[in-house]
Design a protein around this ligand. Structure first.
Ligand code: ZN
Length: 289
């Protein structure tokens, strides 16, 4: 392994959140001490905020110090296996983690960005848990990795979905509906319409579309892509990430050729390299503004 694990120098928002947690913990300790009184034998309980279920660890090479943070989200996990392959041998949650780890290692090796992962093991996370990692770390980008599945066994190829208030087609809308399963009903973020009317959300959508176009551009000719590979839909996890965010669908597990291709480490490496280059190009483009 060439990458080093480094603790995050938390961004402004992360530091504020950290301070808030510390304050809550301090208040709880004071409360517990006061509540205990002089009876040392009395049982007292200490209430603190539990650490978030997702992972805030930063992976970076030493040369990437201070570089933007990209959050890689391995879709599904734990009790949510996602799609199952035609052969029945591959679960989406395992393949997304394999791809996410390979992408992390590639990005860390190249040293142009720092990386965080929403999960690095087989655990269940809500969509909000995942998006919250990007918000806590003030991430420059959020890339969620999935593998598609369709009733049509001939459907194949990778695609990139970016956030939009209007789905580009019925299939993208139903994909978003599937991936949004289990999401809270937007109580925290207000109604979809209200959120999307927000100017920063417009910026986020446009930056997400740029990132998706860059991913398609880098993948073209190197990775099997589906027709019309850039789609738009209202993905909960993307909306809440508060950063340019895309869903990369690495292919179709419902297609035998795609299953074979995605089971091949060399083919996966090609795909991962294309994604890494697209991420770096997009980071560089934004750094120039
Ligand atoms: Zn999925």
């Amino acid at each position: 392994m060439t990458w080093l694990q480094m603790r995050s120098d938390l961004g402004k928002r992360g530091a504020m959140a950290g301070a808030a947690v510390t304050a809550v913990a301090a208040a709880a300790i004071i409360f517990a001490l006061v509540g205990r009184g002089s009876d040392a034998a009395a049982q007292s309980s200490l209430t603190v905020n539990l650490p978030p279920p997702a992972n805030d660890r930063i992976y970076a090479s030493p040369i990437a110090r201070g570089r933007p943070i990209v959050v890689i989200d391995a879709g599904h996990g734990g009790r949510d296996p996602g799609a199952t392959s035609v052969s029945g041998q591959v679960h989406e949650k395992d393949l997304t983690l394999t791809l996410a780890r390979a992408l992390r290692d590639e990005l860390v090796k190249r040293g142009r960005v720092r990386v965080a992962m929403t999960r690095d093991d087989d655990r269940y996370l809500t969509l909000d848990d995942r998006a919250a990692v990007a918000r806590r770390l003030n991430a420059a980008m959020f890339v969620s990795i999935h593998i598609d599945s369709a009733a049509n066994p001939l459907a194949r190829g990778a695609s990139v979905d970016s956030l939009s208030d209007v789905a580009s087609d019925a299939e993208a809308a139903s994909l978003a509906a599937r991936e949004n399963e289990g999401a809270d009903n937007d109580r925290a973020g207000g109604s979809v319409d209200a959120v999307l009317a927000d100017l920063s959300m417009r910026d986020q959508m446009s930056a997400s579309a740029d990132l998706a176009a860059r991913l398609v551009g880098k993948a073209a000719g190197r990775v099997e892509l589906r027709p019309n590979p850039h789609r738009f839909a209202a993905f909960h996890v993307l909306r809440r990430a508060d950063a340019p965010a895309v869903l990369f669908e690495a292919g179709y597990l419902s297609n035998a050729d795609d299953e074979l291709l995605l089971s091949n480490p060399e083919q996966r490496a090609k795909m991962v390299l294309a994604i890494a280059q697209a991420i770096e190009a997009e980071v560089a483009a934004h750094a120039r503004h």
